[in-house]
Design a protein around this ligand. Structure first.
Ligand code: EPU
Length: 357
């Protein structure tokens, strides 16, 4: 086990924020994690699990021991008449994994192409795009309890997926004994995901219906797109409206799309007829946070080197590049100013999507 001290984290977060890890250990297997837990010094210290760093805002140096997840491997576990089950190590790059599944002849993840980050982070925020959420294709995952070192497996119900939400984003109630069973309770800070398995239904059916994809179908005249065609469209759509983190630092959508009651929505529509909204199956109405922020005039604005992307107001970006990057403080000041102005105009509280460290 190699413990690196004072490690710069700028290359390991897609915002490109400067911060250091006091101690960082690369973990490539469950045994590596158990070795850290068994260490007389590191074992006792708080831990921070780092995946692709695509959904975090670093606001200072990280004091807990950083476990950088580098568990690799991809395989077709099982092929039945009803589904392909594919598995990937948590450290695999998400987009490369999606590309690999298509190359193996196992479609189903194409709508989720080009999402930054790692496979292990994908269930944490239940990534979603263009009409598909991870939970729609999830089978199970393996993880290690960072208190006890025990491995465990969770199915979809145990992951308690919600919109950009899961059991991994919630802290267990204080009444739960630290060495007690953890399944089904909040696992934030407590679990390190090592492998994720996906169930890709057979026969494959395209998921279209999302406005941007419908437009591509109309423009191209292709009525029955293949999975590869949808993958190509999704990559083109994302590249046209979302900044590539390798070029402009960002963490994807910075806020969740808020939901309101139909009554609240009618009230807002009466004042703001143009508001983009989608009725949800449970009767609530989801509002486009990007539209709300845009309507408040934030597109292109900045606080220091943190800015609002000029093609999609839901994305905050690092305008200073690697040389003069935005600080986590600037990003959070900008985020709070946006929250205040959206609240003052619409009475809606926007909830940040990334984890603030
Ligand atoms: N809009 C504006 N101005 C803006 C941004 C958006 O008017 O500056 C309007 C758009 O015109 C559109 C609506 O808002 O009518 C929704 O915009 P878009 O289709 O770009 O999707 P989104 O709701 O902003 C969500 C996800 C994205 C995902 C896309 C596609 C969240 C928080 N974001 O964005 O996910 O890629 O849908 O499915 O749910 C991410 O989570 O990091 C992410 C990029």
């Amino acid at each position: 086990m190699i413990v690196a001290q004072n490690v710069p984290l700028q290359p390991y977060n897609t915002f490109g924020i400067v911060a250091k890890a006091r101690a960082l250990v690369r973990v490539a297997s469950a045994d590596d994690v158990r070795a850290v837990l068994a260490d007389p010094v590191l074992g006792r210290e708080p831990k921070f699990v780092l995946g692709g760093g695509s959904n975090i805002v670093l606001t200072g140096d990280v004091r807990p021991v950083v476990l950088k997840v580098e568990v690799m491997g991809r395989r077709l576990v099982e092929s039945t008449p009803k589904a392909w089950i594919v598995e990937a190590g948590a450290g695999e790059n998400w987009h490369d994994f999606v590309t690999w599944t298509l190359a193996q002849g196992c479609p189903g993840l194409e709508n989720l192409a080009l999402i930054p980050g790692t496979v292990g982070a994908s269930p944490v925020q239940n990534v979603g795009a263009y009409g598909v959420e991870l939970q729609d294709r999830f089978d199970s995952l393996d993880a290690i309890d960072l208190e006890t070192g025990q491995s465990f497996t969770l199915d979809a119900a145990q992951c308690a997926f919600g919109y950009r939400d899961s059991v991994f984003k919630h802290v267990a109630p204080a009444s739960v004994a630290p060495d007690g069973p953890v399944r089904g309770l909040g696992l934030a800070g407590r679990a390190l995901i090592t492998q994720v398995r996906f169930r890709l239904p057979r026969p494959w059916k395209p998921v279209l219906g999302y406005l941007d994809l419908e437009r591509r179908m109309q423009d191209s005249g292709i009525r029955n797109p293949s999975a590869q065609q949808i993958y190509d469209w999704v990559c083109a759509i994302r590249s046209s409206k979302l900044p590539d983190p390798r070029v402009i630092g960002n963490a994807g959508s910075f806020f969740k799309n808020p939901t309101v009651t139909p009554e609240q929505c009618s009230d807002i529509i009466a004042r703001e007829p143009g508001i983009v909204h989608y009725p949800m199956p449970d009767g609530s109405v989801k509002l486009a946070a990007g539209w709300l922020i845009d309507a408040c005039g934030w597109k292109g604005k900045s606080v220091g080197n943190a800015g609002v992307y000029d093609r999609q107001a839901l994305v905050l970006v690092n305008r200073g590049g690697a040389q003069n990057p935005a600080t986590g403080g600037e990003v959070m000041t900008l985020a709070k100013a946006i929250q205040t102005s959206v609240y003052e105009r619409f009475g809606i509280r926007l909830e940040p999507e990334p984890v603030v460290v």
